[in-house]
Design a protein around this ligand. Structure first.
Ligand code: UDP
Length: 259
């Protein structure tokens, strides 16, 4: 039984990277064909959004694993005495799981869903070179607004049925990716789905991760904001205002159920 820590209403699994990879491995080794399990990776922005977004809450409730994406959540968890062992960012989990497959000599079938047109194909080239045992069986960049179009949804579900991936890597941005996977997970022909934001861009070399020192200092968000200021400044300003209030609220009433 995995220990869960309740933070700002979200229930986060207290797992480190190695344990998360082991859990994914177990899911993929099971031959059971049923609903697709999925992973969400909360960061500060999710914590803020979660307070007011019923769709995101529902997606979190149905997720099989909830892993802390960023340092600030881990720091807050320690401050609030509900400690998480370490951050397990989606954009690290994917390449590290590929490392695990390569090192253990086990092929994994992967479908990349999301990112701009052409990015998935570039990611495939890089993946083939670095992890020959990662077999990308499908790539699809759905058009804007696809989530409201039943035909588009059918196309995606159909491609998954045809290609039968073990792992569906979903990079549609939050909260779209979480809500979409939650809505469809009972019909996704994959063993597991990972809701991992810009990971396909990172795999393709389209976007760069923050330098390691920035990741260690917990300021990866600053790197992202400087690389996409028009999209992200407003969001991060809100997060910087609301998140400390969430920490304070939980500090002042740690035992109260938070809905
Ligand atoms: N994206 C997409 N379809 C959409 C919206 C976004 O494929 O309708 C992709 C976008 O191209 C990028 C990723 O989703 O690859 C966004 O990831 P990011 O982590 O930056 O999103 P965030 O959750 O921070 O908004």
């Amino acid at each position: 039984m995995i220990q869960k820590q309740k933070l700002f209403g979200m229930e986060i699994d207290a797992l480190n990277m190695g344990q998360a990879i082991a859990r994914l491995r177990e899911w993929l080794d099971e031959s059971r064909l049923g609903k697709c399990r999925y992973v969400v990776t909360p960061n500060v922005d999710h914590a803020v959004l979660w307070q007011e977004h019923e769709g995101l809450r529902d997606a979190y409730r149905k997720a099989s694993l909830v892993l802390a994406d960023g340092h600030p959540l881990v720091w807050a968890s320690r401050l609030l005495r509900r400690p998480l062992p370490e951050r397990v960012p989606g954009s690290d989990l994917v390449p590290k799981f590929f490392d695990h497959c390569q090192d253990s000599g086990r092929e994994v079938r992967v479908f990349l869903l999301g990112a701009a047109p052409g990015v998935g194909a570039r990611a495939v080239e890089k993946i083939r070179k670095r992890w020959p045992l990662v077999n990308v069986v499908g790539v699809y960049s759905p058009p804007l607004g696809f989530e409201k179009d039943p035909d588009e949804n059918e196309i995606i579900l159909g491609r998954l049925i045809l290609t039968r991936p073990d792992l569906l890597v979903v990079g549609l941005g939050a909260p779209k990716q979480e809500c979409w996977v939650a809505q469809h997970h009972e019909h996704l022909a994959a063993k597991a789905a990972l809701c991992v934001g810009a990971t396909i861009d990172f795999l393709a070399g389209e976007k760069r991760r923050a330098p390691y020192w920035m990741q260690c200092l917990g300021v990866e968000w600053l790197h992202r904001m400087l690389s996409e200021p028009r999209r992200l400044v407003k969001r991060y300003a809100k997060d910087a205002w609301v998140f400390p209030q969430l920490v304070l609220k939980q500090m002042l009433s740690p035992s109260r159920a938070w809905n």
